[in-house]
Ligand binder design. Structure first.
Ligand SMILES: Nc1ncnc2c1ncn2[C@@H]1O[C@H](COP(=O)(O)OP(=O)(O)OP(=O)(O)O)[C@@H](O)[C@H]1O
Ligand SMILES: [Mg+2]
Length: 259
């Protein structure tokens, strides 16, 4: 069965897109058919995978102009496909703000068209908008990147409260997949402090793997590649491959032999 994971945090610049792109790529190279949906009008995930502006995008699918199957693009990574975004997606917020069931658009749009995929990752925009709400209503899990900085944990409390609200209202089965510490600097006492606090307060919800601050991770999008195609041996690549293995173990109840 397809598992849908919303990569989400209302804070900006915490590593959502970086994690959505590199985790989906790492899961795909591990042999799992994966789909990345760029649900952010900034379209950073789309450019990170060299997808130019195209009519065949998530906005066209959500507004019923083009069938979902036609907006799915294969990428240069085997097993990884993407539904790209477009700047116009920002307008959807206004266009559907008074529509009934406005939180169900993405779920209804994808229904029946993504069954071939084992994992679907949704790169959410910052802020808790109608777009993020749509991602949370259609997802099985939320995966939360947490940047190792001072205010990180404060925002997390309200985020986790929102998860509970969605569980109580629109999506009973909605769960936290995990919290992933990003841009970790092992020499910084602040990073260590955030990690210690997160593990103490959130326990098993925090992935054992941490993503280090690594220049190759930041450079890879300008080459239109996930970091594993840019530098296979750098610490960033190794960390995302480790994260994929840990993620798959969690989501596949023990993982597969080839992981
Ligand atoms: N581990 C890392 N090491 C170095 N740079 C990183 C790392 N993770 C992310 N970055 C850089 O930090 C910036 C923000 O990352 P990213 O775009 O993934 O965040 P985001 O949460 O998706 O942002 P937004 O809220 O705007 O969508 C980017 O320039 C990215 O290249
Ligand atoms: Mg982003």
């Amino acid at each position: 069965m397809t598992q849908i994971i919303a990569v989400s945090n209302q804070k900006g610049g915490v590593g959502k897109t970086t994690t959505a792109v590199n985790l989906s790529a790492s899961v795909a190279v591990a042999g799992y058919r994966s789909l990345l949906i760029d649900l952010d009008p900034q379209r950073n995930a789309s450019t990170s995978l060299s997808i130019k502006n195209t009519r065949n995008n998530i906005y066209s699918a959500l507004t019923d102009k083009i069938p979902v199957r036609e907006v799915i693009h294969e990428t240069s990574i085997r097993n990884l496909a993407i539904i790209p975004s477009i700047e116009d997606l920002a307008a959807l917020e206004f266009e559907i703000s008074h529509a009934s069931m406005r939180e169900q658009y993405l779920k209804n749009c994808l229904a029946g068209s993504i069954d071939d995929f084992e994992f679907v990752f949704i790169d959410c925009p910052p802020s808790f908008s109608v777009l993020s709400l749509n991602a949370w209503v259609c997802a099985n899990y939320v995966l939360i990147p947490l940047q190792c900085e001072y205010y990180a944990l404060e925002g997390l409390v309200s985020l986790l409260n929102n998860v509970l609200r969605i569980k109580r209202t629109f999506n009973k089965g909605f769960e936290v997949s995990g919290i992933i510490l990003t841009m970790y600097d092992k020499r910084s006492s602040l990073s260590q402090q955030i990690e210690a606090d997160a593990r103490k307060n959130l326990g098993g919800k925090v992935f054992r793997t941490v993503i280090p601050r690594n220049i190759k991770i930041a450079e890879a999008p300008s080459h239109g590649k996930p970091v594993l195609l840019y530098d296979i041996r750098c610490p960033g690549t190794l960390a995302y491959l480790d994260l994929a293995a840990e993620f798959l173990k969690k989501h596949e109840k023990g993982g597969r032999d080839h992981v």
